[in-house]
Write a protein that binds this ligand. Structure first.
Ligand code: PMP
Ligand code: GLN
Length: 385
């Protein structure tokens, strides 16, 4: 039988490819974004309790109410705004599902969505599966800033969605309040929804504060904001995220969610709800925690030929290997796996048309010993070259 692929040019994600290569080559994996240290044991105990207490059947479609209430409390602590757990908060299978559902909810055949390159890889395939197309606008290097004039020129009568990601993976930059003002002004009289991927809302460095669409009075009523307990609780494998949006957008999102995953693992939701109730400030130290890791790795690599690029947030660090090689990032990343036994993430797969660049993304959500070993291997590679 012949059938036509809906995504003929889409391969396996670069994260999976590099993690697989790391296993094959026995390399240290500091590519794909996941912690290599344990979760808080008290969170694990909450899960054991939730299972023992019998929370093992379908959770409500929109999420366990105790968890949605804890999410509302967290949002109030962060942004001083009250959200209604009943109509504005939905628990999803990681942020990935929240992104997918939001996109399916508002993008239809022939519609356009603006995304910013280098763009997280989950956006474009979801837009295309909805029948839409992405207009990809580069963040201007080297500082990866938004060029709002360029965005204006990228809008059309068919634009239905703008996806902003701050703190941004993979550039490690953050949107300023002025960026949100510019975005709000741009879409003021247009039928455009905003999808804000804010999974790194709690990881900003050097005293920066996160500018959330939820704290922006003009953007809030027209935005989906997407978050992940994978990041907040160092538990990427639990696959629990959530979407916050006004009732009319939440209603549309839930129409997709209920036929996509229907509901999310019940014991995991109960465990997180209980943990947050008992330890409500478990996430407040994340910026300091990751800032120390950024400083450690950047300090070890400075001057090595893997030059750290200033990072404002996320749990990644970009390094520029231009002083060592002018090979393409994909070739160079593969060489590092084979010769230095280090797996990283090249940046070009995050672009529609990648400019010439010599950047690799390293994940800093690792034990200090892992970061030190990674730096030693990179330094040894740079000196023996
Ligand atoms: N958005 C961004 C920017 C991410 O970096 C990630 C994961 N690293 C996700 C979404 C997906 O989050 P989750 O694992 O909760 O699906
Ligand atoms: N978001 C993670 C990263 O940026 C990867 C998630 C995945 O592999 N799908 O590394």
């Amino acid at each position: 039988m012949r059938f036509e692929s809906k995504l003929p040019d889409v391969g396996t994600t670069i994260f999976t490819v590099m993690s697989r290569r790391a296993l094959e080559e026995g390399a240290l994996n500091i590519g794909q974004g996941f912690p290599d240290y344990p979760i808080d044991p008290r969170l694990g105990e909450s899960l054991v309790d939730a299972v023992a207490e019998g929370h093992n059947q379908y959770a409500p479609m929109e999420g366990v109410i105790a968890l949605r209430e804890q999410i509302a409390l967290k949002l109030k602590t962060s942004y001083a705004i009250e959200f209604d757990p009943g109509t504005e908060i939905t628990v999803t299978c990681g942020a990935t599902e929240a992104l997918y559902d939001s996109i399916q909810a508002v993008v239809g055949p022939g519609d356009e969505a603006v995304i910013f390159d280098p763009a997280y890889d989950a956006y474009e395939p979801a837009v295309r599966l909805a029948g839409g197309r992405c207009v990809r606008i580069p963040l201007t290097p080297p500082a990866f800033r938004f060029d709002w004039d360029r965005v204006r020129h990228g809008l059309s009568d068919r634009t239905r969605l703008i996806i902003v990601n701050s703190p941004q993976n993979p550039s490690c930059t953050v949107a300023e309040r002025a960026d949100l003002d510019a975005l709000a002004a741009l879409i003021r009289d247009r039928p455009i929804t905003v999808l804000a991927d804010e999974v790194y809302e709690n990881v900003l460095y050097d005293g920066r504060r996160h500018a959330s669409v939820l704290a922006h009075a003009e953007l809030r009523p027209r935005s989906f904001a997407v978050f992940s307990f994978g990041k907040t609780l160092h538990a990427t494998g639990w696959r629990v995220g959530y979407c916050v949006a006004p009732p009319e957008l939440t209603r549309e999102l839930r129409k997709v969610h209920q036929f996509n995953t229907f509901s999310i693992a019940a014991p995991l939701q109960h465990a997180i709800a209980r943990y947050l109730a008992q330890y409500p400030d478990s996430w407040t130290g994340l910026s300091a925690f990751f800032e120390a890791k950024r400083n450690l790795l950047a300090g070890l690599l400075r001057g090595s030929g893997f030059e750290p690029v200033p990072a404002a947030g996320t749990y990644f660090l970009l390094v520029d290997y231009g002083a060592l090689s002018q090979s393409s990032d994909i070739e160079f990343a593969d060489r590092l796996i084979r010769e230095a036994k280090i797996a990283t993430i090249p940046l070009s797969p995050f672009y529609a048309t990648a400019p010439k660049m010599t950047l690799l993304r390293l994940c800093i959500a690792k034990r200090d010993e892992t970061l030190k070993t990674a730096a030693q291997r990179l330094l040894a590679f740079a000196t023996r070259r």
